[in-house]
Ligand binder design. Structure first.
Ligand code: NAD
Length: 456
């Protein structure tokens, strides 16, 4: 169901009324299109806490944005302004700001975060991006750990106040090139509904160069529950990026699964993912193996625990968690996932924040996060495969269209962007995690929730 309030507040009378009544004023988000693959404007590169040693310039140069560098971190006018790749870079509104705060080690240096961003915030364009770079917490230096942890509270607070469709995220890293795919994603229109996130990036060397336009060419991706909704959008986005997509869904959804597969030039596999032999049947259906495994199939059977029969509990746990564990184990044990492979599972903010009426669903989705965090280091070490999760918030699908009006409106507005996300927002996040150059992103649970106020 369309978000009529969003359309209404995009009109002059709607804006006036919302402002007079103090109602939320969601900004129309700019999302990726083939015609508009980059943000409109330049990138401002600031530093706080002194030079960090990260070799960011070549990485930022490949974001598609022209970069202006302010080396002192004290904001325009006092910086040295070393580079302005675009002729008008210094005069137009920045579409993105990258603040390298990896060198911040004490409270005095933390003040440079304020000094760097305070003067530029008003000028950041609508639907712009702020990415703060932090360092891993130093277990031997509690001053460094305190101020690096402080960056999380800073980023999450700024995300809640910045408005106009702008997003704020924190990336913890030690190596700029290992974080390139992450920075490209966060500094693009593809991350429109990802805000308030803290993403840890390891130091693994990125895989070989991938086709920048179709990075998944030659890769096979299996998406469960892809006959409709978020899964269909994920399949479409991975196919756009060049993957051969296998659309898996239950036999009852065979017609839709075949239709999606035909549209994307992929293939369909109809089976119930809860079948004990689902992993074996997937492996048999893909004798050459696969590169990308997306666990998206999921169900809800809501009822408060006091009224919940055991069957409602077990059916949700079986689809959302047990089958994810079973098929992952079976496919890894068979060596069906090729080296450089990617597993992306689907959690939910209900699993992070909890939700009345969803003890079964919340348990299953929290379980997915636990699976990811435990398996990720071993899967990488033993199979060369990364394991991450997306945790969607309120996404506009048939599932959420069926939610009663009042609860639906609350779900839509209770996030920093004051609107629901679209299936493509989850799909773009999944595509970033599936990217050949995302090998250093492992064990992460990334919320695609517009910085939902629930469980933030
Ligand atoms: P949806 O109900 O529209 O689609 C789910 C798909 O999974 C369907 O095609 C269904 O047939 C398939 N499926 C269900 N059980 C299956 C099984 N046993 N074997 C194979 N396929 C099966 O749901 P959606 O809204 O697109 O959600 C997709 C995922 O995102 C789910 O895991 C859901 O829990 C999660 N999620 C959604 C939202 C949201 O706002 N829509 C929020 C958080 C998380």
């Amino acid at each position: 169901m369309a978000d009529r309030y969003l359309s209404f507040t995009a009109t002059a009378p709607g804006r006036f009324l919302a402002s007079r009544l103090g109602l939320p004023q969601p900004a129309a988000l700019s999302r990726w299109t083939a015609e508009r693959p980059h943000l409109d404007g330049h990138l401002l590169h600031l530093t706080a806490g002194g030079p960090s040693g990260l070799d960011l310039a070549p990485v930022l140069a490949r974001t598609g944005l022209s970069t202006t560098t302010e080396t002192t971190g004290a904001g325009p006018g006092t910086g040295t302004g070393t580079e302005a790749a675009g002729a008008t870079a210094g005069t137009t509104r920045p579409a993105a700001v990258v603040l390298d705060a990896t060198g911040v080690r004490d409270v005095d240096a933390l003040a440079e975060v304020h000094a760097a961003l305070h003067p530029v915030l008003r000028s950041v364009a609508a639907s712009g991006r702020i990415v703060v770079l932090g360092a891993p917490l130093d277990a031997r230096d509690h001053h460094q750990a305190a101020v690096q942890q402080a960056l999380e509270g800073f980023v999450r607070s700024l995300g809640k106040e910045i408005g106009r469709g702008r997003t704020v995220n924190l990336v913890r890293l030690t190596d700029a090139s290992a974080a390139e795919s992450t920075l490209r994603f966060l500094l693009s229109p593809k991350s429109a509904y990802v805000s308030g996130q803290v993403i840890g990036v390891g130091a693994e060397a990125p895989d070989g160069p991938a086709d920048p336009v179709r990075p998944l060419v030659g890769r096979t991706a299996l998406v469960t529950g892809a006959a409709r909704g978020i899964g269909a959008a994920v399949a479409e986005t991975l196919a756009r990026d060049g993957a051969h997509v296998v659309v898996l869904d239950v036999p009852q959804a065979a017609e839709d699964a075949h239709r999606v597969a035909a549209r994307l030039g992929g293939s369909a596999l109809t089976l119930d993912i809860t079948a004990a032999d689902a992993g074996e049947r997937i492996a048999a259906g893909l004798p050459d193996g696969l590169d990308i495994l997306i666990h998206n199939a999921g169900v809800t059977r809501d009822r408060r625990l006091v009224n919940m029969p055991a069957e409602r509990w077990s059916s949700v746990l079986d689809v959302n968690l047990a089958s994810v564990l079973r098929t992952t184990d079976a496919l890894l044990a068979k060596g069906a996932l090729r080296t450089g492979g990617r597993i992306v599972a689907t959690a939910s903010i209900a699993g992070l924040a909890g939700n009345a009426g969803q003890t079964n669903y919340g348990a299953s989705k929290a379980g997915v996060a636990g699976l990811v965090r435990s398996l990720a280091p071993r899967a990488l070490a033993e199979h060369g495969v990364t394991v991450n999760a997306v945790a969607p918030g309120f996404i506009e699908t048939r599932m959420t269209a069926a939610v009663p009006l009042f609860i639906r409106e609350a779900g839509r507005r209770m996030n920093s962007l004051a609107q629901g996300g679209l299936p493509v927002d989850v799909a773009e996040t999944t595509a970033w995690l599936s990217h050949p150059a995302s090998g250093a992103v492992n064990g992460q649970v990334v919320r695609v929730c517009g910085q939902s106020l629930l469980g933030a």
